[in-house]
Design a protein around this ligand. Sequence first.
Ligand code: DON
Length: 311
Amino acid sequence: MTSLVDGYLSHITSACAADLSGAVADYIPELAQVDPEGYGLSLCVHDGHIYSRGDSSVEFTIQSISKPLTYALALSRLGYVQVDTKIGVEPSGEAFNEISVDDRLRPKNPMINAGAILTASMLLPPVRDVAPQTVDEIFDELVAFYSACAGRQLSLDPAVYGSEAATGARNRAIAYMLDSFGVIDTDPEAALDLYYRQCSLRVTTDDLAVIGCTIANGGVNPRTGRQVLNQEVAQRVLSVMTTCGMYDGAGDWVSSVGLPAKSGVGGGILAILPGQLGIGVYSPRLDRHGNSVRGIDTCRHLSTDLGLHMF
Ligand code: DON
């Protein structure tokens, strides 16, 4: 069985490797330094076994794939009512860095930057001057949660973090626009700092596959056996990933691949078959939506060949 799956994964990664289209993200200078040829694929199945190919142990920054995890943490800590009062669950149909808000001034969903920065802000105390050590403490809790989902200790990429913070004019504009709407209850700079840090955590495709399988499993990490988030939160996260995870490419993605997913400008994609499987793919050349070109192609192949489409 194992060699059959390994043979199949070799076959699809060879087929997808030929596509050299797209471009590495360069709006954060440090991201432009990555090897554009990197390509890894991992699948984590229900019993915790990981099948992987290529650069599956190469670390890259999680970027926006952090958004569903921080959303899960906020839902677990604060509950649905408090989170839903501030952040919607509707697809925005716009780019990830647009200030898409609804008629109640809520960011349309937690997967776009506006929603993700607001989600991070909700983990912080509601004061205008948050001490740096408080951000450190909340970040430590966030890293502990992500690490519990991945089943290993994750760490920050300081160079990417510095680069994000130094070039984050757009995100700063988003945070201050939300602040001007009166929806941020904390210090916007602290919220931005927490958001940049979460985006700068290093993961591998093996990590993404385990994180995906943990969410697929109703919050139980299949390798450690630990319940790291509750089933209801896992279900909400999967729903929002399905409709909003691939931004303005979400409709195409759901039609052709049919799996809840989240992409990041670091080149990662996390895709999940509820109840069954977590998939992590890495290839840093991106399409115009900011999604990995070979990552999407790989997931399309997996979905078609293995009949993973949910509908
Ligand atoms: O907010 C940013 O610019 C990044 N740190 C994360 C963006 C991202 O990954 C968008 N996803 N495709």
